[in-house]
Design a protein around this ligand. Structure first.
Ligand code: GTP
Ligand code: MG
Length: 531
């Protein structure tokens, strides 16, 4: 698409590519799942259905992303994945956490038919780059050891509480206890043999991996079956997932990730933390989190969104963005168009100590969760055919002026794309084929530059944007080709000034911010199309 004078803001986007060859682990874990599990009355210490739901999500992730080979999860913490493509770090983990969350929400009813999802669950993710398969093995030892320790402790704690002790008393009893003591306690006081009586899904966590199965695709005339190998995702449990025996016995694991050559029993958390990919965002800069729908071209086709703009789809995006502002109070402004949204954090924000992956993943996961949850509200007569997901990235802008140029850049893009798309679909409606319409616009308007779009107003009325002044206004100085497009639309529609009569939300995108008066009364963020 066309360029604008604001394109320079792209140079602030830092590429965070992961070095290859590396085994990439994306670790996903629930945001405040303690509260989530209390509100939804999960059984203590483990809720089998809740774990099964997480396992379903992991399975869906493996089915969705062909490069992901394996996952391991316990409690609300997931997952070991491996991707080969050269990919941006932020892109990998945001896509996975977004998809994971979306599946969690869409599958909720199947696992909990009697329970309503009371609020949008969300997760965080981060990347750990394993330099070798030995590092991956050490990682697995560590995670499964944590699973064992946590589960054994929680089993004791909840047995004591169920037997009448207060939480404090139970914690006091368990203080300083060793593994062996806890096994004894379970056996002596509750007649529980930890290894025999506690299901393996709780004790060992769950592995999800790809394997090959033979399918009969058809039968020949002589009745002989025609077979084909197909990749299938399976769920398995194992006492020691980092052992040679378990690992090397799986078909795909040694092939795709490499075999384990020795058994390893030591856990080395500090060593493993050194592989964690941790990028901190520059202090005293405006952080913008931009999320973008993944393959929304297809998603909007499958769900028959109106072309070129579907007001309900955009309203849904806006409503999710408002939800994000309510959830993350450090976000002071958001601007959205089509399948993307940009969230601006206040300059001095210390959210997640400014760790990029945590902020990006929390925002993108929460947004995805809201999108899946609110779908029925906006499309009561349309079934969501598959879970949508988004990628996210964080960019820092050092000054108010550059931040404004960033917003102007996105808004110019909105204007250019929308004008183009409106012409395109109008031409198609008038009887031209899609390729003829494309060709027509190529010849006429591909060089349409909108050069002077400026945000010269104060639509926000926020203390964080003291630099913008004036009334609610975004002014465009349009190039002559833009004028030609408007004339084309007038001609095709038979309406004077057709384009400018289209809803503001289509032409100029939407902004979300805290309205002081409204927030005082209702505590709700406001959505508005900037005019
Ligand atoms: P990636 O972001 O690279 O995964 O591709 P994408 O398919 O999501 O395309 P992109 O983000 O570049 O553009 C968003 C796409 O979403 C548009 O090209 C449209 O096809 C679709 N889209 C977004 N909003 C609407 C809408 O209101 N109506 C319709 N019909 N389509 C929309
Ligand atoms: Mg997209």
């Amino acid at each position: 698409m066309a360029n604008s004078k604001y394109e320079y803001v792209k140079s602030f986007e830092v590429e965070d590519e992961i070095m290859l060859p590396n085994i990439i682990i994306v670790r996903v874990d629930g945001r405040d799942f303690r509260r989530f599990s209390e509100v939804h009355e999960f059984e203590k210490p483990n809720d089998k259905k809740a774990l099964e739901l997480l396992n379903e999500c992991a399975k869906a992730v493996l089915e969705q992303f062909p490069d992901i080979i394996f996952s391991y999860g316990f409690s609300d913490e997931y997952r070991v994945d491996w991707l080969t493509d050269k990919m941006l770090c932020s892109k990998i983990h945001s896509l996975i956490v977004s998809f994971f969350t979306s599946v969690y929400v869409t599958k909720w009813k199947a696992l909990f038919p009697q329970k309503d999802l009371r609020y949008a669950p969300s997760l965080r993710s981060r990347v750990i780059c394993c330099a070798s398969v030995e590092v991956l093995q050490a990682y697995l030892v560590w995670r499964q050891y944590e699973c064992h320790l946590n589960n054994q402790y929680d089993t004791c704690l909840w047995k004591l509480i169920q037997s009448g002790k207060s939480q404090k008393e139970a914690e006091e009893i368990l203080k300083g206890s060793q593994k062996q003591d806890r096994n004894e306690l379970l056996y002596q006081c509750f007649n529980i043999n930890y290894k025999k009586d506690i299901p393996e899904i709780f004790r060992q966590g769950t592995c999800t991996l790809k394997t090959e199965v033979e399918d009969i695709v058809k039968y020949k005339d002589d009745g002989c079956p025609v077979k084909r190998l197909r990749r299938k995702v399976i769920t398995v449990h194992s006492e020691n997932i980092a052992s040679r025996r378990f690992w090397n016995d799986q078909l795909c694991l040694p092939n795709e990730l490499g075999p384990f050559t020795e058994d390893l029993n030591k856990t080395m958390p500090e060593y493993l933390k050194s592989f964690q990919y941790e990028s901190k965002l520059m202090p005293c800069t405006w952080i913008v989190i931009r999320i973008d729908g993944c393959h929304f071209h297809r998603f909007s086709e499958v769900h028959e969104f109106e072309k070129p703009n579907d007001a309900q789809a955009l309203n849904l995006m806006n409503s999710c963005a408002a939800g994000v502002l309510e959830e993350f109070r450090d976000i002071v402004f958001a601007y959205g168009v089509s399948d993307e949204y940009s969230f601006v954090l206040k300059k001095e924000s210390q959210l997640y100590r400014r760790h990029a992956s945590e902020i990006v993943s929390a925002v993108v996961s929460f947004f995805s969760s809201m999108y899946a949850m609110k779908w029925n509200e906006f499309f009561p007569h349309k079934e969501m055919k598959y879970p949508p997901y988004f990628d996210g990235r964080a960019v820092c802008y050092p000054s108010c002026e550059i931040l404004l140029d960033y917003l102007a850049w996105r808004q110019v893009d909105c204007h250019i794309n929308n004008q183009y798309n409106t012409c395109f679909w109008m031409l198609v409606k008038s009887g031209k084929s899609k390729s003829a319409a494309q060709q027509y616009l190529k010849g006429n308007v591909v060089h349409c530059f909108v050069l002077n779009a400026t945000v010269d107003s104060n639509p926000l009325n926020l203390d964080y944007f003291p630099f913008i002044s004036g009334d609610d206004n975004v002014a465009y100085s349009q190039g002559t080709q833009a004028q030609e497009k408007n004339e084309l639309l007038d001609q095709l529609s038979g309406t004077i000034d057709y384009y400018n009569k289209l809803p503001l939300m289509f032409r100029q995108g939407s902004s979300v911010y805290w309205d002081k008066v409204i927030s005082f009364l209702l505590s709700l963020p406001t959505t508005k199309s900037i005019t």
